[in-house]
Every structure is written in C-alpha cells, then in structure tokens.
Design a protein around this ligand. Structure first.
Ligand SMILES: NC(=O)c1ccc[n+]([C@@H]2O[C@H](COP(=O)([O-])OP(=O)(O)OC[C@H]3O[C@@H](n4cnc5c(N)ncnc54)[C@H](OP(=O)(O)O)[C@@H]3O)[C@@H](O)[C@H]2O)c1
Length: 355
C-alpha cells in the first residue's frame, strides 16, 4: 500500500510503499478516507517536534484521520462503520493513564503519538488500531471527519478552562482566540456557534483582503491585528477578556494573555514554541494572577470523550465555514499540494479513498 512518510528535518514528505497491516486480536483494519494536515505536521516535517518510531528511518505522517472499518476482526465495531482514530497509544502494554481513559494526561514516556512521536501515523491507505481507540462517527460526517481530531483538542482545552473556573459563578461574555490558523478558526466558530459567547475576537497578523479575516468577520467576530494592537493592549483598545485561547505558538502571547484577561478570567495555551528568551516583569505577572484571581493553563492532546464531543460540535457548525476553511483536498497523485503553505491556504487534507 502507499503511505506518506518523512525523514524529520531532512526534506519533504514522500510517497513510500509499505506492507498492508494485518490486524492483531482486538484490533480492526481501517481503510483510510482522508487525513488532515496541521501546524504540528509542519513542525514534525521540519524536525522541530516529534520523534521517529524505534528503529525507523522515516515516520509515516498523519494524526487527523477518518476511515472506514474494512475488517472489524471480531471487535465490537462493524465493517463499513466510519471511524476516527484517537492519537495516543501506550508505548508498552498499557498504563494507568490509558486504563483511566485519560491518555491525554500521560507524561512523556508513558505514551506514543501516531504520526507525531514514536509511532507511525495514518497517512497510509490502511491502518490498524485497537478498537477502543476508534471513535464511530455518523456517515454523513465522513468527508469532514478529519476535523474531529483538531476540534477534540479544543474540546479538551475548553473543558479544562471551564473546570478551572468551576469553584465559583463564572459566565464568560467575551472570548478571544489568538491565532487565525485552522485550529484558531475552528475554535472561534465553536465559541460563536456552540458556546454562544456574546462577544468574540480573533487575533492575527495579516493585511486585508485575507480569507481568514473574512471567516472571522462572517462569524460575527472582531479581527484584531497584533501589529497594531499587541495582546496586552487589548483591554485598553477593546475590552478585558474572560476566556483566551492561544493557538499561535508565539511565546510572548502566553505571558501577555495575563494582561488581557478580565478579573477571574482564564487563558488556555496550546501553542508549541521553540526556546525564546525575552524580558518579562515577573513581579507584575505574579501579582496580576493573584490579585485578580486569573488562571493560565496549558493543554495538549485529547481523550475519547473529547472526540465524541467534537463530533457533536462539528455537526452544529455551519456548512459555509467548512467550504471556506477547507481550502484543498488532494488525491495521492498530488499529495504534495496538501503540504503547501501560504496566506490562501487554511486547512488541507490528503484523500486516500472515498466511501
Ligand atoms: N496543544 C495541542 O494539543 C495542540 C494541538 C494542535 C496544534 N497545536 C499548536 O497550536 C498552534 C496552532 O495550530 P494551527 O494548526 O492552527 O497552526 P498554524 O496554522 O500555524 O496557525 C498559527 C496561526 O497563528 C498566527 N500567528 C503566529 N504568530 C502570530 C503573532 N505574533 N500575531 C498574530 N498571529 C500570529 C499565524 O499567522 P500567519 O499565518 O499569518 O503567520 C497562524 O495563522 C500551533 O502552535 C500548534 O503546534 C497544539
């Protein structure tokens, strides 16, 4: 079968031949439909994030997949069922985090991530997986199933942000997304449509005309240009924000989020920056957090419950959003196009097969 693999840090993804996998007991064989490409894939390709599987010289990419069960192999799945795989797997047997259904909370060394860290991904015509890591989704969502994984990341982030404010009465009226990449835009749409937050903002660094600014405004949100209004100036120019979701990977935003928060607000950080030394007023940061009951938290990955919530959220988002957000779906003969970047590219996917 064909697969898309990369030598991280040493070049572009290439098409390779690999044996079609045979499912072990408890595993199902899945025929891949589509696999999305995101910022993490680009970081893996560049060699900035992730790791090869033991003994491999290339990594099969892909962690945002949707497929159809080809051989349920005696598991509780059914042949023909459309499924989305979760990303983390236990490295050796299982461990307490996986047994509790909380692989997303496992520390380094207690997991591998398919297509990212230590395990091959889903960019192949077929893959196998233990059935417990395959989440069934409705057939009518198959074409958009590659968006379930990224939306699940935001489900977890929102879940943890809200949980951090659950000790008191907290209702966010204003929310801000930092970053107008695909993750940021999907989350903005969730804030607007699913959570029905009154006032939403999204920060980028683009000139108009720009397709991401069009989406932001069509959602009824306000676009903030970080070159004109840095994050810590947002309260003065717009308003203080109850809930901030960082998806830029720009480390200064993590710190400046504290200044942009309203009293009792929470900032949730998702970006994965490289090392960067810069000056901050640590005393002021500390005092802001304490005297105004603010919270700042980081979050990574998601568990099965977040995938299930993501299916629900996706089905509530408007069709026009997907038409504008998914800027390209490419077959294997032109898969390279899915990895191209530019201001007119928002979200792409490789199509391996159709239902
Ligand atoms: N924690 C997790 O579990 C998790 C999961 C998935 C992804 N991530 C991370 O989340 C981040 C977003 O993912 P993505 O796929 O949406 O990535 P992406 O497509 O690279 O989006 C990042 C966006 O942030 C914007 N940006 C960067 N620096 C900025 C600045 N100083 N001011 C304003 N805008 C700025 C970029 O603008 P331009 O395009 O104009 O440069 C881009 O639109 C990445 O860091 C990724 O690694 C984390």
């Amino acid at each position: 079968m064909k697969a898309i693999a990369v030598e991280p840090g040493a070049g572009d993804p290439v098409l390779v031949d690999r044996p079609r996998p045979e499912p072990d007991a408890g595993h199902a064989l899945v025929r891949t439909l589509r696999v999305g490409v995101d910022g993490t894939d680009h970081e893996v390709i560049a060699g900035h994030h992730g790791d090869l599987p033991a003994g491999a010289d290339r990594l099969v990419l892909g962690h945002e997949a949707v497929g159809v069960v080809e051989d349920s192999n005696g598991t509780d799945l059914e042949d023909g069922q459309v499924v989305v795989p979760t990303v983390r797997r236990p490295p050796n047997g299982t461990n307490a985090y996986f047994e509790r259904g909380e692989p997303d909370m496992a520390p380094e060394g207690e997991y591998v991530e398919r297509g990212i860290v230590g395990a091959h991904g889903f960019m192949a015509e077929y893959f196998t997986s233990p059935s417990e890591f395959l989440v069934p989704i409705p057939k009518q969502l198959a074409a958009l199933g590659f968006l379930v994984e990224p939306v699940s990341i935001s489900e977890k982030a929102i879940d943890h942000a809200v949980a951090s404010r659950s000790a008191f009465e907290w209702e966010p009226d204003a929310a801000l997304v930092l970053g107008n990449g695909s993750l940021g835009l999907l989350t903005l749409a969730m804030f607007d449509t699913v959570l029905e937050i009154d006032r939403t903002y999204c920060l980028g660094r683009r000139d108009r005309p720009d397709p991401t600014i069009d989406i932001i405004e069509k959602l009824g949100s306000t676009y903030i240009d970080s070159r004109q209004t840095p994050v810590d100036e947002i309260p003065g120019t717009y308003e203080s924000i109850d809930l901030i979701y960082e998806a830029t990977g720009y480390a200064k935003h993590a710190v400046e989020t504290v200044e942009a928060l309203a009293p009792n607000g929470v900032g949730v950080l998702l970006g994965v920056p490289g090392p960067w030394e810069f000056e901050i007023d640590g005393g002021r940061l500390h005092k802001e957090l304490v005297l105004h009951n603010k919270a700042l938290l980081g979050t990574v990955n998601s568990h099965r419950g977040h995938f299930e919530a993501a299916v629900d959220s996706l089905s509530q988002l408007p069709d026009w959003l997907f038409e504008e957000l998914v800027t390209g779906v490419y077959g294997l003969e032109e898969f390279e196009a899915a990895f191209e970047q530019g201001n007119d590219v928002i979200k792409t996917a490789v199509e391996f097969d159709t239902l």
